[in-house]
Design a protein around this ligand. Sequence first.
Ligand SMILES: NC(=O)c1ccc[n+]([C@@H]2O[C@H](COP(=O)([O-])OP(=O)(O)OC[C@H]3O[C@@H](n4cnc5c(N)ncnc54)[C@H](O)[C@@H]3O)[C@@H](O)[C@H]2O)c1
Length: 442
Amino acid sequence: MKITVVGAGYVGLVSGACLAEMGNDVLCVDLDNSRIATLTAGGVPIYEPGLKEIIARNVAAGRLRFTTDVEQGVHFGTIQFIAVGTPPDEDGAADLQYVLAAARNIGRTMTDYKLVVDKSTVPVGTADRVREAIAQELARRGVDIPYSVVSNPEFLKEGAAVDDFMRPDRIIVGAEDDRAIHLMSALYAPFQRNHDKLVVMDVRSAELTKYAANAMLATRISFMNELARLAERIGADIELVRKGIGSDPRIGRHFLYAGCGYGGSCFPKDVKALMRSGEEAGVHLEVLQAVESANERQKHVLAEKIVQRFGDDLHGRRFAVWGLAFKPDTDDMREAPSRVLIRELLDRGAQVVAHDPVAMTEARRVFGDLEGLTYADSPMEAAEGADALVMVTEWKAFRSPDFDRLRKALKQPVILDGRNMLEPTLAREAGFEYVPIGRAAA
Ligand SMILES: NC(=O)c1ccc[n+]([C@@H]2O[C@H](COP(=O)([O-])OP(=O)(O)OC[C@H]3O[C@@H](n4cnc5c(N)ncnc54)[C@H](O)[C@@H]3O)[C@@H](O)[C@H]2O)c1
C-alpha cells in the first residue's frame, strides 16, 4: 500500500518505519526542515531503541522516504496518516491547529480517493472537524472527490515504541464506512497474524478510548503516589503494599509504582484535555482533577525531601541528578519531573550536576544556559563532591551502582531515590543514608 505519514515525530516516524517494514511504500512528511534534513542524511532526530536500524533498512530497500513537500505527500499515499502534535492550549484543551492544517492540505491538493487516518491523540469530535476541513477545501475547489476519515489512536510507549507498534496489544479503529474498514483491516493484517487484535468501533468511542487509557494509567500512578505519602507518615512500606495488591488479578501489577510523578508528552496533556472535554460537555471529571493535582504535588516530592534534610537555603550545596528523561529509554524531557526538581534546587541556590544516558543534548536544549547547572559524562562523575545523589529516572544502568565508588565520590553518603530503584538494606549496609518514596527513610 502507498502510505503518507504527516508528522515525523515519535509517533509518525515509528509508524512510518514499521509500516514500511511490513512491505508498504511510505513517505513521511514534516514541516520541520532540520528534522527532514537529518533523516535524509541518514540520521534519526529522536532516540528510540531499534528505530535507527529499522529506518536504515527500509530506506535502503526504497520503501521509506522523507520530504517537507506537502503536495508530494498528499499525492503519494492512498492512506494519509495524520500524526502531528496536539499540545495543550492555554486552557488545557488539545490544540488542533496542526491536525486541521494537515487536513486542509489534503483537501486542497487531493485528486483521488484518500483514507485519512487520525493517529494523533485528539478529542471526541475531531474526526468530524477533519472531515469538515477537507470538505470545505474540496468545495472551494469546486470538486467532489471521495474520502473517508477514521480514528486510529496510537498506544505505543516511548522507549518501546518499535516493539509496541510491531506487536500491538490491540488496534483500535473508529470507522463507519465499509471501504475504510476494509482498507484498515488490510493495512493491519500483517500486525495480527497470531490473533485478531482489531477492535472496530464508532469514531467517537475510538477517540475517547485513547484518553480513557492514558487517564486510567495516570490515575493508578497518582493513587499510588498519594498512598506513598500516607505510608511514609504512618510507618508502612508502599513497595510491600504494591506487591500485596498487584497480585490480585482484578488490579494487576502494572503502573503501581510510587515515584516522583509522571511526565512525558502524553499523560499530563491527555489528562488535561480530557478534563477540558468534560467541562465542555458539562461533566466535571472529579477523579481526574485529583489525579492531576496529586501529580503536580508529587513532582516536588524530591525537593521537599532535600529541604527536609538540608534546609531551605541550599547555597553552597551540590546535588548529583541521575536521570533527566521523563522515563528510561527515551530522550524525551517533556513535562519531566527532573525539570521541576532542577529548577527548584537552583532557585534555592544549589549547584546541580546532571547525567542522563541519552537525554543530555535534549537537556541542554530545554534548560539552555542555566547558572548552577552542569552536565557530567558519567553517573560517577556527576556524583563527585556532591552532598547527595538524587535518582530521578529509572534507567537500568542506575539500578545496581558500585556503592564503594559512589560513597567515595559523594561528599556525604546520601541517596534520594525518586523511583525506589535500590534495595534499601543493600544501600544502608553499604553505608548510605537512603531516602526512598513511601518507605522508611534512614
Ligand atoms: N509520543 C508518544 O509516546 C505518543 C504515544 C501515543 C500517541 N501520541 C500522540 O501522537 C501525536 C504526535 O505525538 P509525537 O510525540 O509524535 O509528537 P512530536 O512533537 O514528536 O511530532 C509531531 C511532528 O509533527 C510535525 N508537524 C506539525 N504540523 C505538521 C504539518 N501540518 N505537516 C507536517 N508535519 C507537521 C512537527 O514538526 C513534528 O515533527 C500527539 O497527538 C500525541 O499525543 C504520542
